[in-house]
Design a protein around this ligand. Structure first.
Ligand SMILES: [Zn+2]
Length: 77
């Protein structure tokens, strides 16, 4: 994936999380009270789930070391 700011190739990685999917929640919104679920207004990122690992959910994320920006695609894209 190319960085939309500087057009250089981004580094592929992930953002670890615990028992809930990594998600974007609008300002003022709250995470779900339940494990394994996305908040009512949450937008799940591209998640992988590894039940046997401590960090169960991982969101795919690209990092540009030049612009210091992380881009994490959502499930919908
Ligand atoms: Zn960049």
């Amino acid at each position: 994936m190319k960085c939309p700011y500087c057009q250089e190739e981004m580094l592929l990685g992930y953002i670890p999380n615990g028992g809930q999917p990594v998600q974007w929640i609008p300002e003022g919104g709250k995470p779900s009270l339940f494990s394994f679920s996305v908040a009512e207004k949450g937008i799940p990122l591209m998640n992988r789930f590894k039940p046997l690992k401590v960090n169960g959910y991982q969101a795919q994320a690209h990092y540009c070391p030049k612009c210091k920006v992380v881009i994490a695609p959502t499930k919908e894209s």
